[in-house]
Design a protein. Structure first.
Length: 207
C-alpha cells in the first residue's frame, strides 16, 4: 500500500507541477527543457552550427531545445538506452555509451568525431537508498566527463547534472583543471527540495 501511495503522490505532484503544465502548453517534451533554456540563456552554449552530444536524452526535452538553437547547420546526437521519438535536427542512437559499440556509434555520428558541447542530464534509477543513489549518480557524472574528454574540441563545453553529497567535491576538483571556467548552477525549474545542480564547464583545455 505504501508503494502505491508513493506513486500516487508522485503522480499528483507531477500533474500539478507548473513546469510540467508549462511544457505541455509550450510543446516541449519535458519540464527539463526549461533547465537547459535557462542555462543557455545565461552561458550562450548553443550557437548556430554547433555539434552537440546529449547523453541520457529520452524523452528528448534537452535535444529539442538544443536542435532549435543550433540551427542552421548544427547537429544534435542524442543517446539513450531508452527509445526516443524522432526530432528534426537530431540523430537518435539507442545504445549504451559505456559499451564499446555504443561509444563507436556515437563517435561515428559526429562530424570528424568531435563535438562542441556535451550535455548530460543522466540520473540513475532511484532505489531510495541515499548513499547508493549518490554513488550511482556521481558515477554517471564521471562517465559523462570522461566522454567529454574524448570528443570535445578545444574550447568546447560540458554541462552535467550533479547532486550535492559524497563525490561532488572530487568531481569538481578533477574537472576544474580541464576547463577555463567551471560554475555550478541551479536552474529555476529544478525542484527546490532537490540536491540537483548543474556543472557548467566552458573553454575545454585538453592536456
Amino acid at each position: 500500500m505504501a508503494k502505491k501511495t508513493g506513486k500516487r503522490t508522485w503522480m499528483n505532484r507531477h500533474v500539478n507541477d507548473p513546469w510540467v503544465q508549462r511544457s505541455q502548453k509550450d510543446g516541449y517534451r519535458s519540464r527539463a527543457s526549461y533547465k537547459l533554456l535557462e542555462l543557455d540563456d545565461r552561458h550562450r552554449l548553443l550557437k548556430p552550427g554547433r555539434i552537440v552530444v546529449d547523453l541520457g536524452a529520452a524523452p528528448g526535452g534537452w535535444a529539442q531545445v538544443a536542435a532549435a538553437r543550433v540551427r542552421p547547420n548544427g547537429l544534435v546526437v542524442a543517446l539513450d538506452l531508452l527509445p526516443m521519438e524522432p526530432l528534426e535536427g537530431v540523430q537518435v542512437i539507442q545504445a549504451d555509451f559505456e559499451e564499446e559499440a555504443g561509444l563507436a556509434a556515437l563517435i561515428a555520428a559526429l562530424p570528424d568525431g568531435r563535438a562542441d558541447l556535451v550535455l548530460s542530464d543522466l540520473s540513475p534509477n532511484i532505489s531510495g537508498v541515499r548513499v547508493a543513489d549518490q554513488a550511482r549518480s556521481m558515477g554517471l557524472a564521471e562517465l559523462a566527463r570522461d566522454l567529454a574528454l574524448e570528443v570535445l574540441r578545444p574550447g568546447g563545453a560540458l554541462v552535467v547534472k550533479l547532486f550535492h553529497g559524497a563525490g561532488f567535491d572530487d568531481w569538481m576538483a578533477a574537472a576544474r583543471p580541464l576547463f577555463g571556467s567551471l560554475r555550478v548552477r541551479k536552474p529555476e525549474a529544478s525542484r527546490a527540495e532537490s540536491r540537483e545542480v548543474y556543472a557548467v564547464a566552458e573553454d575545454f583545455r585538453p592536456a
